[in-house]
Design a protein around this ligand. Structure first.
Ligand code: GLN
Length: 476
């Protein structure tokens, strides 16, 4: 059996029928990683020994289970900002190079409980800040569809690993698009859950009011299995909720809204054509499609780039050269330890955001920037609330372009930030959204994946899975 044909579901089935063992599955993935990952650089570390031991442990205990848990034997990669006890976790930063996790992130321990095997930690933009994985201190990941192009970011290693069959699925984190945009660039499924649907305990905080852990998978069914395994309340994260009122999956005829603002200037024509082709299929399935307006959309990126760095500057204050990771050796005073450890440990984009955030929160500017941005954030939420009175879900492109070339946007941060123009509003509003492949466009000799994004009301993941599943069946 080819790894390409394996999914979380087929792996668990194979185990149940004893077609193959967990050890065989893990060995096959490790062999493929050894063969392919030098060229792609999806992984910062492969937990080969750990994963093989886990696999043997599962294989040894298999008789005890009449009903295997849903992720049984599935080799899953985790982004390098999530903790697995006893293993390094660095957020692809020099500051955390020596750091070893002393406990499991809740999402990770839930994966383990469901029978998954954590196979390694994947590359990312430093502290999840970026849209291309070029901000990793370890060097970028390459897009499996064209190694001259970025995989997207910041969960680029996770998305590329799934696309290249170096893991059956992976976890990423999404603060402004970091699951959906790389999913779009690599042609896989990526879900950013509702804020509060998945515990953030053990996820290195970037911007706490926006961060969510979510799955990257080969298909909608696998994404759903992963989400179901990791979701729910957690005594270690007060924002994670067990029981939220969920909108119903909604009837067979859904009302789909296409926001005018997501199809305007800046969107590549052929991306628009691919997305509209997928929308047409949804219409043919009996769903109704209408244009809607999210008038505050034009302020989403600006609002995000005020609120996010403000929270980043507060969250990253903990990396002081004393409590975690890298500590400067040549420091004479305590202040020197802080200043030098941070100067040596953080990369350029991280420093830019810490400085921006500190400025935004400083006396005299707080009202003008931070408070104002919070007010606009509320208006953005209101936009969605109003829209969902007339439609069941919102559909549009995930990113305005396909994967871009290395170096194309690194010189101009604003250009890089534009890659998230259609994803950040969802985080500001705390909504769930999924990106899946809708087709391909050509750039030079390359055939590049195009993502389509489905947004639902708060805790409407089931509705998303339903519509995304229908679309997937039509597109295959
Ligand atoms: N690309 C966006 C940024 O740079 C989003 C990052 C993320 O979702 N972690 O902030």
């Amino acid at each position: 059996m080819e790894l390409r044909d394996l999914t979380i579901r087929t792996i668990a089935e194979g185990m149940r029928k004893k077609t193959f063992s967990a050890e065989e599955v893990v060995s096959a993935y490790c062999a493929t990683i050894r063969r392919k990952d030098a060229g792609l650089h999806c992984y910062l570390e492969v937990f080969e020994e750990y994963a093989l031991n886990e696999a043997r442990r599962l294989d040894g205990s298999v008789d005890a289970f009449s009903d295997l848990p849903p992720l049984w034997g599935a080799p899953i990669a985790i982004k390098d900002n999530m903790l697995l006890e006893g293993m390094h976790a660095s957020s692809a930063s020099k500051v955390l190079e020596p750091y070893v996790a002393s406990y499991d992130a809740t999402a990770v321990s839930r994966l383990k409980k469901a029978g998954a095997i954590i196979i390694g930690r994947t590359n990312m933009d430093e502290f999840a800040m970026g849209s291309s994985t070029e901000n990793s201190v370890c060097g970028p990941t390459k897009n499996p569809h064209d190694p001259a192009r970025v995989p997207g970011g910041s969960s680029g290693g996770s998305a590329a690993a799934v696309a290249a069959d170096l893991a059956v699925a992976a976890l990423g984190s999404d603060t402004g698009g970091s699951i959906r945009q790389p999913a779009s660039f690599c042609g896989v499924v990526g879900l950013k859950p509702t804020y509060g649907a998945v515990s953030r305990f053990g996820l290195m905080a970037m911007a706490s009011s926006l961060d969510q852990i979510g799955p990257l998978a080969k298909n909608v069914d696998d994404a759903r299995l992963l989400f179901d395994a990791i979701k729910g309340g957690d005594e270690y994260d007060a924002t994670a909720v067990a029981d939220a009122p969920r909108p119903d999956v909604a009837g067979e005829r859904l009302r789909i809204g296409l926001p005018r603002e997501y199809f305007g200037a800046g969107l590549d024509d052929d991306i628009k054509a691919v997305v509209m082709g997928a929308v047409k299929k949804l219409e043919l399935l009996g769903h109704s499609v209408k244009e809607i307006s999210l008038p505050m959309s034009e302020y989403a990126l600006a609002t995000y780039y005020i609120i996010m760095p403000a929270e980043v500057s507060a969250n990253l204050a903990r990396y002081d050269g004393i409590r975690y990771g890298h500590s400067a050796q040549n420091a004479e005073t305590l202040f020197d330890v802080y200043a030098k450890s941070r100067a040596e440990g953080f990369g350029a984009e991280t420093k830019r955001r810490v400085m921006l955030g500190t400025y935004i929160l400083s006396h005299g500017y707080y009202d003008a920037y931070y408070l104002k941005a919070q007010k606009v954030r509320r208006r953005i939420q209101d936009d969605f609330r109003r829209a969902f009175e007339g439609v069941d879900c919102i559909v549009g492109p995930t990113s305005p372009t396909p994967a871009f070339a290395f170096g194309e946007r690194t010189a101009d941060p604003l250009k890089m930030y534009l890659a998230d123009i259609y994803t950040v509003a969802v985080n500001l509003a705390g909504l769930p959204a999924l990106s899946q492949n809708a087709g391909f466009v050509e750039r030079g000799d390359s055939r590049l994946p195009v993502g389509i994004q489905t947004i639902a009301p708060w805790f409407g993941e089931e509705r998303i899975f339903s519509i995304a599943g229908q679309l997937e069946r039509e597109l295959i």
